[in-house]
Design a binder for this molecule. Sequence first.
Ligand code: AMP
Length: 306
Amino acid sequence: MKLAAVGSVAFDAIETPFGKTDKIVGGAGTYISLASSFFVNHQSLISVVGGDFPKPFLELLKSRGIDISGVQVKENEKTFFWSGKYHTDLNSRDTLITELNVLGDFEPMVPDVAQQAEFLMLGNLSPAVQLSVIKQMANRPKLIAMDTMNFWMDIALEDLKETLKHIDVLIINDEEARQLSGIYSLRKAADVIRALGPKILIIKKGEHGALLFHEKNVFYAPALPLEEVFDPTGAGDTFAGGFMGYLAAAPKLDFDTMKRAIIAGSALASFCVEKFGTERLLEITAQDLNERMQAFVTLSTFQLEA
Ligand code: AMP
């Protein structure tokens, strides 16, 4: 098994300026695994759902090469539920409801098949839970990446700093990078954050792309200027899943490979936002993805005049 991921598998109810959904399947773990399934055909998802979660969706994950033996099903409890409403510019949203349900006392159990994974993606959960997953690995994975958010910086900063010592790649947005470092300049913030543990830092800037800080190098990946953004939910998780899936399938882990991995993540995220929930990710093909990665090359390549 190349890749393991931990993250929520959820019901979401989403409202955007273009419409609203009833409870649909979402969750960071769902988006991460679906995105990485474009690159790896055998991976493990570690999560928890309640008895109300649709079994056919778990079967669908399995059909995409996602081992779900690490997804605990608590028959007598309810699945985590999140509801959010986006503002007109789609760059910000309000959380309307968070019902933790099964996630409230989630103790991830990394199944035997996943304990040897070479790549580990820690979706946004409490830093203590993320660390407990790292500790269950039989061997230190080649690469551990992690997502987090300002909520954990506010209420669990010490736990977060401890977990950061054990990972290789931190994936956060610009606002979170500024909060974590206390510094406005992202370049300086990157140095401060990398001194906390992760050698590699990715700072997402929403519709303005993402920055990769790797040793002394910086790479900037644009976001595709899409004609329509329908629902941004899960874009960050899809980005992270695409990034890790690409790396897990790649022969090397050097800076150039990381650049391509960022483009892979960005391309998948650009699909994710075109429809509600996971809908678009479930309908695109490998060829659609290749074409979109090529569009990123076209968008950002130029030659200086001689
Ligand atoms: P993103 O849009 O990338 O921030 O991710 C949105 C996904 O994160 C949704 O599908 C939610 O179900 C999930 N989510 C929201 N809040 C939490 C939380 N507190 N813990 C775990 N997952 C969450």
